[in-house]
Design a protein around this ligand. Sequence first.
Ligand code: HEC
Length: 217
Amino acid sequence: MNIKKMIAIYGGLVIGVGSAAYAAEPKPEPVPPTSLDLRTTVDGSPIDLSTSLPTERDTPGVLKFLQTGVDPYIDDPSCLRLGQSLFLSDCSGCHGEVGEGKIGPGLNDDYWTYPKNEHDQGVFETVYGGARAMMGPHNGDLTLDQFMQVIAWVRHFYKDPVDKAYWLNAEQKKNYKPYTEAEGKRIAALPISTPGQCQATALKEKKLQDEEDKEAQ
Ligand code: HEC
């Protein structure tokens, strides 16, 4: 089963269109407070986080991002593993497998159409609320935690000089290595439950997927 379907099922379970087996649906999680002034990329209007999917709104990663504007997952292998899968199912059709560009612009180089995308907050705003042409809003496809995962992956496949990697802190800049195909294979080969900040999320999603696969048999 692909990730998109998995999200649809997970979302369905929560908003109550899931099967009768899930009688006790949890209520949508409250939207956490944010100190960020989040604005859409198209017209600068405020972003309303209550239009996000109802789960995974208050994971430690989301809470941290909403206070700092920095994606805390970008050097965590457990999150990169998930972000890579999400990118391949939701983004690569337009942006290329490693963000090299296709009908959408390249995301792995140091040129940004929107300079705000030099910062994680900018990429979040662009992907959450959409940009122009084929770049639609993704607030209905990805949970807030999944935004953190997929943005982490976008940062990870960056291949250009480190001095233009404005989203990295000094320590991360020191450890920076341009992305290679071998690195992509290494991350893809990691187990879904790789230890790290995204391990619990991964296991939860895997459990839902296994249940779904069993039902489908
Ligand atoms: C249907 C095709 C399509 C899909 C799917 C898509 N994009 Fe895009 N994306 C585009 C196009 C076209 C643009 C250029 C829009 C513009 O210039 O306003 C764009 C622009 C962007 C930008 C801004 C780049 C810059 O140079 O400033 C980012 C970041 C981005 N996309 C990330 C993503 C991510 C992450 C996903 C998956 C969650 C995604 N996109 C899915 C077509 C797509």
